[in-house]
Design a protein around this ligand. Sequence first.
Ligand SMILES: NC(=O)C1=CN([C@@H]2O[C@H](COP(=O)(O)OP(=O)(O)OC[C@H]3O[C@@H](n4cnc5c(N)ncnc54)[C@H](OP(=O)(O)O)[C@@H]3O)[C@@H](O)[C@H]2O)C=CC1
Ligand SMILES: O=C(O)[C@@H]1CCC=N1
Length: 259
Amino acid sequence: MIAIGFIGAGKMASAIINGLDKDKFNIQISGRTLDTTQKTAHTLGIKAAASHTELIESSDIVVLAVKPHIIPSILAAYQINKPLVSIAAGMTLSDLEALTTSKQPLIRVMPNINATIQKSTTGITRNTNVSDSTFATVTAIFESIGSVHELAEKDFGTFTALAGSSPAYIYMFIDAMSRAGVLHGMPKDVSTKIVAETVLASAEMLLSSDLNPWTLVDNVSSPGGTTVAGVVSLEQNNFVATVIDAITATVDKNKAMSN
Ligand SMILES: NC(=O)C1=CN([C@@H]2O[C@H](COP(=O)(O)OP(=O)(O)OC[C@H]3O[C@@H](n4cnc5c(N)ncnc54)[C@H](OP(=O)(O)O)[C@@H]3O)[C@@H](O)[C@H]2O)C=CC1
Ligand SMILES: O=C(O)[C@@H]1CCC=N1
């Protein structure tokens, strides 16, 4: 059984671990303090390592799941002689190479929070020290919690915006729609469920058809009907430009976080 060790056990590590099959992977975590690590491990139904050193020694693959600014201090303090996976936004393979030995196998991964329900859309790339079999193993780990896209590293910032961060923007869209439902007299919980179901089904419809999104917009917009009135209002209020600006801000922030 493959042993996966997570250094850092916050929201994203927990989402990944929740999605992983505990019968297929031997999972352990090591957080900032042992007390919190033990509580988190208990909640997740996995093992708490006594220290980062113990975790590194007993893992086949080590996942860095701390915030990006913590990574330099961890890589300075510990020699991680195992394939190393980083899920940190903004940190490039060359940023990580500057902090490790020249032989360190490094895999950069960008999962998303939907890992919790085994529906992460994950980006992956590697440095030249990673063997095909190690890369296949790490790819399979993330395929077990959703889909995996192998990317050129230059596209990681864009992927981070479109898949890593975008659940937040999609939740904002859902909440705005459901708030409008409240404005027009519906209870918030009912309104949110209706919108979330419609977002889910619309995405499924898009993925299962050969049609592009604008054709699907046209299919909903009856001539002189209700939908086109809303489509025109969204355009008058710069919906498309506003969304593109938000993605560009995310991509720019990702770039600014790299050394
Ligand atoms: N949240 C998301 O949707 C996604 C996040 N990511 C990436 O995942 C990483 C973690 O993000 P996220 O889970 O959101 O952040 P969290 O703050 O929830 O998790 C980070 C965890 O690291 C712990 N930590 C801090 N210092 C150390 C240390 N020296 N050793 C071990 N653990 C430590 C923190 O403990 P304490 O709180 O006690 O300080 C915390 O539990 C980031 O690099 C982010 O870019 C990637 C994709 C999606
Ligand atoms: O906000 C962040 O920086 C992380 C990366 C992608 C999602 N959350």
